[in-house]
Design a protein around this ligand. Structure first.
Ligand SMILES: [Zn+2]
Length: 205
C-alpha cells in the first residue's frame, strides 16, 4: 500500500520540471531549483517534507540510507536554499549579494570539513574517507552544497548563470548556447506560444 507521502511525491514528480541545463554539473544549481513557481499560481517544493528532502539528498549522493531526516533538517535545507537563490539572483542581476546570504553560506561551509580525511585501515592501508557521524549528515550535505555554490559563483561558469526567462518560472540554469535562457523545453514552448499569440493578436487588430 502506498503511503500518503509517496502519493504526494508522485504528484510532485509529475508537476516538477525536468532538470535545468547545468544541474548535472552543479548540485547547488539543482538545489536552488528544488522549488519553482509555475503558471496559474501553482508551484512545487521538493524539500517541503523530510521524506522528499531525503529523496533529493539521496539522488544527489549526499546522504546514506541510515540517515533519518527530520522537519528541522528539511527547514535548514530550505533556509540555505533561500540564501543560495539570493546569491544566484544577485549574480544574474549584477547586484551586491545580501550580506546575510554570504554569511549563511559561509556558516554552512565552515560547520564541518568537506574534504575527505586521510585514514589508516589495517586491511586497505591509507585511504581518503568521508568521515562524518550520522547526526552530522545534514551539516555535511549543506557544507557540500554551499561549497558547490561558492565554486559556481566564483568560477568560469558564473557568467553563464541565468534565470529562466519564462515568467513566472523562477528557476536558474546555466546558459548552454547563445540566446536560450529558459530552464526546460516546457518553459521554452510557453514563451514561443505566447510570442505567437502576441503576433496573431497584433495582426488581427
Ligand atoms: Zn523555467
Amino acid at each position: 500500500m502506498r503511503g500518503v507521502d509517496e502519493n504526494l511525491a508522485t504528484d510532485i514528480a509529475k508537476t516538477a520540471l525536468p532538470p535545468a541545463p547545468g544541474t548535472d554539473r552543479y548540485r547547488s544549481l539543482d538545489f536552488a531549483d528544488t522549488t519553482a513557481t509555475l503558471p496559474a499560481g501553482q508551484g512545487y517544493d521538493l524539500l517541503a517534507a523530510p521524506e522528499s528532502a531525503m529523496r533529493w539528498l539521496a539522488a544527489h549522493n549526499l546522504t546514506t540510507p541510515d540517515v533519518q531526516l527530520y522537519e528541522v533538517c528539511a527547514q535548514r535545507m530550505r533556509t540555505l536554499r533561500g540564501h543560495v537563490r539570493a546569491l544566484f539572483t544577485a549574480c544574474v542581476n549584477g547586484t551586491t549579494p545580501p550580506e546575510e546570504s554570504l554569511h549563511a553560506v559561509n556558516e554552512a561551509l565552515t560547520s564541518v570539513p568537506t574534504a575527505p580525511l586521510l585514514a589508516w585501515d589495517g586491511a586497505q592501508g591509507l585511504r581518503r574517507i568521508q568521515a562524518h557521524p550520522t547526526d552530522q549528515a545534514v551539516n555535511h550535505a549543506l557544507a557540500t552544497l554551499a561549497a558547490d555554490a561558492a565554486d559556481l559563483l566564483t568560477g568560469p561558469d558564473a557568467g553563464l548563470l541565468a534565470a529562466c526567462g519564462s515568467a513566472p518560472c523562477d528557476r536558474f540554469l546555466l546558459r548552454t548556447h547563445g540566446r536560450r535562457h529558459w530552464c526546460s523545453t516546457r518553459c521554452g514552448d510557453r514563451v514561443r506560444a505566447a510570442r505567437a499569440y502576441a503576433r496573431r493578436s497584433g495582426t488581427s487588430g
